[in-house]
Design a protein around this ligand. Structure first.
Ligand SMILES: Cc1cc2nc3c(=O)[nH]c(=O)nc-3n(C[C@H](O)[C@H](O)[C@H](O)COP(=O)(O)OP(=O)(O)OC[C@H]3O[C@@H](n4cnc5c(N)ncnc54)[C@H](O)[C@@H]3O)c2cc1C
Length: 348
């Protein structure tokens, strides 16, 4: 349609206002190995839903990424993808990355800019929010849209996940947010979606001040229980330290962590940091395997958001069973031993 004709239909002032307004949702993505990280795909799916609610576009941003990653962004919901490149952007360095993204945001004027709460998002989002004097919501567990105010609704954890707050910034734009990887559902890819991939080249970016020497070879501390996707929990019913060791081995094999009840804490099998429940941590894993756990309400309060609960208990009337997705009436140590054996024999 002819732009002058469109302008006459809308009226000149509205058109001018629309040109200067902030609009669209941007997703700053990340690539690992062959393609987008799972968290980037999930973020695009969420951005797509929110953009549909607002009637705007989703735009993806990638640093020094191949064209194929741009196409992948489109298949997960982006309409346009900017591939930022130039001297200084070959590998991550805070100063050139932040400068390139800031310039892109200045010219594109998005109303929302989303990052994953990864090292990249954690470094860039605060710097950009400070630069634009804009709101930043960090480590969000969910996102939504207040359509009336065209504002982001950010669900953020407080006190290590003890409770959640929904935050909003009604007037300041752009709105920046980082989202905890793994909390958003994975969207479906649509390889037939149409969109454009544009290369944006910068030739005068500041040099990074940190020199990358290589990946860190030392062991990393365990992440907090509240972030663990798999938890194997021991209660008094695992009987002894041998039972606890079996649970710890299973947790490690499943890429998860060991936790325990007050009963296990009193036995000296776990630390305070590993206690789950009213007096301990609140967790929301995808899988929680409760071994010899009675299911007292003070414990169950801490696992109310668990996606799949498996309970192993010798007492068929144990309180935990009505909450469980799968209940196993058996000796916990025997089941743990069997599971460990099965996983030992499973090729990695
Ligand atoms: C103010 C307050 C706060 C509390 N906060 C917490 C909290 O944050 N977290 C918490 O966990 N508790 C908390 N408690 C304690 C809670 O009420 C329970 O006492 C505690 O959770 C019980 O721990 P347990 O399930 O390990 O032990 P038990 O109650 O001793 O249960 C052991 C279970 O193991 C089963 N069992 C026995 N043998 C076997 C076997 N061989 N194989 C399989 N199963 C077997 C039994 O049938 C039983 O169900 C709190 C209590 C109070 C009063």
């Amino acid at each position: 349609m002819d732009l002058d004709f469109l302008q006459s239909l809308m009226g000149g002032e509205e058109m001018a206002a629309a040109e200067t307004a902030y609009q669209d949702i941007w997703v700053v993505g990340e690539v690992s190995g062959e393609g987008l990280t799972p968290a980037t795909r999930a973020l695009l799916g969420k951005a797509r839903d929110m953009a549909n609610a607002l009637g705007v576009y989703v735009k993806g941003v990638l640093f020094s990424a191949p064209e194929s990653a741009g196409s992948e962004m489109i298949s997960y919901g982006a309409d346009t993808v900017y591939l930022l490149e130039g001297a200084g952007l070959e590998s991550f360095a805070v100063e050139p990355y932040a400068e390139a993204l800031a310039r892109q945001i200045e010219s594109g004027r998005p109303e929302i800019v989303l990052f994953n709460a990864t090292s990249l998002g954690g470094e860039l989002a605060p710097r950009l929010a400070a630069r634009f004097r804009a709101p930043l919501f960090t480590h969000c567990m969910d996102l939504g849209i207040d359509e009336a105010q065209r504002a982001l609704l950010a669900t953020v954890p407080r006190l290590g996940g003890e409770y959640y707050e929904i935050l909003i910034s009604p007037s300041l734009r752009p709105q920046f947010a980082t989202v905890e990887p793994g909390v958003l559902p994975a969207p479906f890819a649509d390889p037939y979606r149409f969109g454009s991939v544009e290369r944006v080249t910068f030739d005068d970016l500041p040099a990074g001040r940190v020199e990358m020497l290589g990946p860190y070879a030392g062991g990393l501390p365990e992440p907090p229980l509240s972030r663990s996707r798999v938890i194997v929990c021991v209660g008094r019913g695992v009987q002894d330290t041998e039972g606890v060791e079996l649970a710890r081995r299973l947790a490690a094999k499943l890429g998860g962590q060991l936790a325990g009840t007050r009963g296990a804490l009193d036995e000296g099998w776990i630390s305070e940091e590993q206690l789950v429940g009213m007096a301990g941590r609140t967790v929301r894993p995808a899988l929680y395997i409760a071994c010899g756990v009675a299911g007292a309400i003070q414990h169950m309060l801490g696992i109310a958001k668990t996606e799949c609960l498996i309970a192993i208990n010798t007492d068929p009337k144990a309180e935990i069973f009505p909450y469980a997705d799968l209940g196993v009436v058996a000796d916990a140590k025997a089941v743990l031993e069997e599971l460990n054996k099965k996983l030992d024999n499973t090729p990695a």
